[in-house]
Each structure stands twice: as C-alpha cells, then as structure tokens.
Design a protein around this ligand. Structure first.
Ligand SMILES: [Zn+2]
Length: 124
C-alpha cells in the first residue's frame, strides 16, 4: 500500500501548515482508492475544524457524506512526524498524513488506519 500525491498538492498542504503555525493545521483528504494505492486528488477544510498548539480536530458528525474522503492530514508544530497516541486512536478514514515541523517534503509521513507507516510517492 502506498499513497500517491502530486508535488503541487503536498506543497499546498505544507503551506497551510506554515500558515497555521504554531497551531496545528488539519484538512480532510480526498482521493481515489485502487487495489494497492490511494491517489490523493484534493482536500477540504473540515467544517467547524478547530486547532491549538497541541491538537486539531473537527466534529465528525459535521463531515459531509463524501465517499471520496480517504483520510486526514495534520501538522505537528512541535516536530516529529510520528503519530501521537491520541492520533492513533482517532484515525478518520483509511490514512493519516502528518506534516512535521519545519514542514518540507522530508518531514511528511503517512500512516495507515492501523498505525503502520506507508510509503508516499510524490509525482511531479
Ligand atoms: Zn497529531
């Protein structure tokens, strides 16, 4: 399993993380699910999303019924792009992308809903 993401799209997510810093940024990812990969196509800002320095979230009952939502991406302003315990207990959808400080391609990581790290393929 790997996720495929456009370079431009990942740059936009990183830009959003920088904009929200020092608070966390969170978005819903939409994509196409294939047998062995998920292609991220676009993202949405979650309705009534909230964030502070150590967490970000949204009321899940406010999420539009959208079968193309495959997971979430959020930033970690304090650094590591490894999931916190809270993250692992709150994975929404099939995958979670973490944007670690200082927000560049090397600090992006993706995890499956089981908490396993998954490969990110960035395409130009
Ligand atoms: Zn987190």
């Amino acid at each position: 399993m790997e996720i495929i993401i456009d370079k431009e799209l990942i740059e936009e997510l990183l830009e959003f993380a920088r904009f929200k810093h020092p608070n966390e940024a969170i978005v819903l990812l939409r994509g196409d699910i294939k047998e062995d990969s998920i292609s991220i196509t676009d993202y949405l800002y979650p309705p009534y999303g909230f964030s502070n320095r150590s967490s970000a979230g949204f009321p899940t009952h406010m999420i539009p019924l959208d079968f193309r939502i495959v997971g979430t991406a959020h930033s970690h302003p304090t650094g590591p792009n490894t999931p916190s315990i809270v993250d692992l207990h709150n994975i929404y959808g099939r995958l979670m992308v973490l944007l670690g400080y200082p927000y560049n391609i090397n600090t992006v990581a993706a995890y499956s809903k089981n908490g396993e790290k998954i490969n990110i393929k960035i395409i130009d």
